[in-house]
Design a protein around this ligand. Structure first.
Ligand code: URA
Length: 433
């Protein structure tokens, strides 16, 4: 087989066979297929696309390019959750403990943030001493002992995606639905779960800017999951404004703790209750979404969910006194309150801009090797639909490097304020399965 013929074939809109797709992924993982040829093929896929069968074959080939985790020694049905990424998205830190407190094992592999989006591992690492790199054996033991572990993906998991993603990032080939779907699903499937709940975000702060694209991505991933016999469902959720009020690592952990203690923001709680209800049904803990929601609510009332988070932090060597006493989290040098220059209703709140501001403050990485400042970020006081008077606080900026004019202007420009009343947006539009 000659790779140049396969590039030509895809460029001309033809369908690649199972044998051809496996050949491409195997050769690329081994390093015998050059980056420039892979780039050309990825660009052809961006323009021409892949059909459902090609996408499922690509996912399967990528999944088997490295280790496939065997979670069969964990008792019960394992349901994994994956978010397509956004700003202020601390869902896993709330949902994981709630679902685990209902008796469903949660064995979760998470990622780091890049650019304007945050990552669960970075957030967790704001808790002193926590270890997010466990061996497979320790990971499985922890889930069997306490029902919950959140760790980083091992280097041997889907090496094809690691190389392809890095290449896509620098060749403008990230935004392709079959490529995103196979990238996400190959990692979820290799991580060994029996069922998958996807939180597919759309809007300004998400990869998918429109609801229609998010729906297409969700449907593509569900088709892949089903073709490989995994119960796969997806929430379509709104990322036109940040989720919850906190953006930034330790600020988001504190908000997750507040939510598990029953004092969190409504949108975050609602997303966790809806996604969690489906996860409990997928795990066959109950067959009723209403009963599942009540079980999840109970884990907050009776404090079993916050106790799960504390147990997990302890088991992973972290200082769990930060969970019981969040005021221990290191504060930044300065907290700057930003006042509104207008009176009216918030119509728009650009999540992407605020994610970038948080990154520039040191809360995220521009390059993979950048170090994170866990204490910085933003707390929103006003969100879409809220009324604000001129001079009232819109948000506060937690910073160790001050707040220069440029950042202040970016923040002010992220709020669109109008005279007419604005309805608060729903957090979830649809659940697809
Ligand atoms: N997240 C992934 O893991 N892969 C993509 O391609 C895009 C988002």
């Amino acid at each position: 087989m000659r790779i140049v013929d396969l590039i030509e074939k895809k460029k001309n809109g033809e369908t690649l066979s199972q044998e051809e797709i496996h050949y491409i992924i195997e050769e690329y993982t081994k390093g015998t297929l050059a980056d420039y040829q892979m780039s050309a093929l990825l660009m052809a896929i961006c323009f021409v696309g892949l059909n459902d069968e090609e996408t499922a074959i690509l996912t399967d080939a990528m999944m088997h390019s490295g280790d496939v985790i065997d979670l069969s020694s964990i008792h019960g049905i394992k349901v994994d959750k994956h978010s397509t990424g956004g700003v202020g998205d601390k869902t896993s830190l709330v949902l994981g403990p709630m679902v685990a407190a209902c008796g469903v094992p949660v064995a979760k592999m998470s990622g780091r943030g890049l650019g304007h989006t945050g990552g669960t591992l970075d957030k967790l690492e704001s808790i002193p001493n926590i270890d997010v790199y466990l061996t497979e054996e320790a990971f499985i033991n922890q889930v069997n002992n306490i029902g919950l572990a959140i760790i980083g993906q091992s280097a041997q998991l889907v090496p094809a995606d690691k190389k392809m993603y890095a290449l896509r990032d620098v060749t403008a080939t990230v935004p392709s639905i079959p490529l995103i779907a196979s990238s996400i699903m190959s990692k979820k499937l290799a991580a060994g779960s029996d069922a998958i709940l996807l939180d597919v975000k759309y809007g300004d702060g998400a990869f998918m800017k429109t609801k229609a694209d998010a729906k297409k991505l969700a449907e593509t991933m569900i088709t892949i999951g089903k073709s490989l016999n995994r119960d796969t469902r997806a929430t379509l959720s709104n990322m036109n404004q940040p989720l919850g009020n906190a953006i930034g690592n330790s600020l988001e952990v504190k908000e997750a703790i507040e939510t598990l203690n029953g004092h969190g923001p409504q949108d975050l709680l609602e997303l966790c209750l809806e996604a969690g209800s489906h996860m409990l049904v997928q795990a066959k803990r109950t067959n009723s979404l209403d009963k599942a929601r009540k079980m999840l609510e109970q884990t907050i009332t009776d404090q079993t969910a916050i106790k799960k988070l504390e147990d997990m932090v302890n088991a992973q060597g972290g200082d769990s006194s930060y969970i019981t006493n969040p005021s221990k989290f290191h504060l930044p040098k300065q907290i700057v309150k930003v006042k509104s220059r207008k009176t009216g209703y918030i119509k728009d709140l650009h999540a992407h801009t605020l994610g970038i501001v948080s990154m520039k403050l040191g809360g995220g990485r521009e390059k993979t090797e950048d170090k994170i400042d866990y204490s910085v970020g933003i707390i929103l006081h006003k969100k879409i639909g809220d009324y604000v008077e001129e001079g009232e606080h819109l948000l506060e900026v937690h910073t160790n490097t001050g707040l220069n004019e440029e950042l202040l202007n970016e923040i002010l420009a992220s709020y669109e304020i109008v005279e007419e009343k604005v309805k608060k947006p729903l957090i979830i539009d649809e659940v697809i399965f």
